[in-house]
Design a protein around this ligand. Structure first.
Ligand SMILES: Nc1nc2c(ncn2[C@@H]2O[C@H](COP(=O)(O)OP(=O)(O)O)[C@@H](O)[C@H]2O)c(=O)[nH]1
Ligand SMILES: [Mg+2]
Length: 245
């Protein structure tokens, strides 16, 4: 994972938005999501050459709803009425004009009380293996219901990916169901989440109010198209990456 920013300039695009893409364009990109495959175990996951973004989180955190909202497809990620039952990794391709340029990975939710302990442990292992070994993993979105805060399993997951985040893996703590909080509560939850996100970032999201949807889509596009961002017209600032503070 030693990505060298090469000297080759990115192809010129008509009128680049400041972030490389507008939120509307990013939503259009998200809308291209198509089911690729489902894998019960890591060894069944195809090795594709595209940057992959994983969605992880506790059961009931709002992961399926988030993916469906982002992609503007009602049934893409099956919003299960029986949480903890969709115990497979589902992959979706993204890309305009049917040309894939990124892949979304929907990982099974964890922490659902009614799942037998053996199954839980097995899935924690699959998830940890995925997060540690998946080569083309570019970013991780950890969804968290801010009314419950980060759970022990969320913390474990963060620990698991920390070394990779230090090596450049993108990470976002996404506070879902923001519509359930007052503005004051939301701001407080966001401040705490920013501290917890370590080398990553934190954001508020509401599928119900469509809050943060375009911005999240834009961010995921940026994560998966770093070379299109570093165009000669918009040179990155020198030195370490700027923080969001
Ligand atoms: N108010 C509100 N409820 C939400 C939101 N997102 C998800 N939910 C609800 O939270 C529950 C769990 O959502 P789901 O997407 O199935 O969670 P998952 O288990 O993480 O996939 C469902 O009842 C959803 O309707 C949101 O943005 N606002
Ligand atoms: Mg779900």
């Amino acid at each position: 994972m030693t990505h060298k920013p090469g000297p080759s300039p990115a192809p010129a695009s008509p009128s680049p938005a400041p972030g490389g893409i507008t939120t509307a364009q990013a939503l259009g990109w998200m809308h291209t999501a198509k089911f690729l495959t489902t894998a019960p175990r890591l060894e069944f996951l195809p090795d594709h050459g595209f940057p992959e973004i994983a969605f992880v989180g506790r059961s009931n955190a709002g992961k399926s709803t988030c993916i469906n909202t982002l992609t503007q497809q009602k049934r893409l990620a099956f919003a299960s009425k029986t949480p903890g039952r969709t115990q497979s990794i589902n992959l979706f391709t993204l890309g305009k004009q049917a040309v894939t340029d990124a892949v979304l990975a929907d990982l099974p939710g964890y922490g659902y009380a009614a799942v037998p302990k053996q199954d839980k442990l097995r899935w924690q292992q699959v998830m940890a293996n995925y997060l540690v070994t998946r080569e083309n993993l570019r970013g991780v979105v950890l969804l968290c219901d801010p009314r419950h805060g980060m759970t022990e399993l969320d913390e474990v997951l963060l620990e698991v990916i920390r070394p990779r985040v230090e090596e450049g893996l993108k990470f976002m703590l996404l506070l879902t169901k923001a519509d359930k909080l007052t503005r004051v509560e939301a701001n407080k939850a966001l401040s705490i989440a920013k501290l917890q996100a370590g080398g990553g970032e934190a954001r508020l999201f509401s599928a119900l109010k469509k809050q943060g949807v375009g911005e999240l889509a834009q961010r995921l596009w940026q994560w998966t198209h770093p070379d299109l961002l570093a165009s000669p017209d918009t040179p990155p600032p020198p030195g370490p990456a700027p923080s969001d503070e």
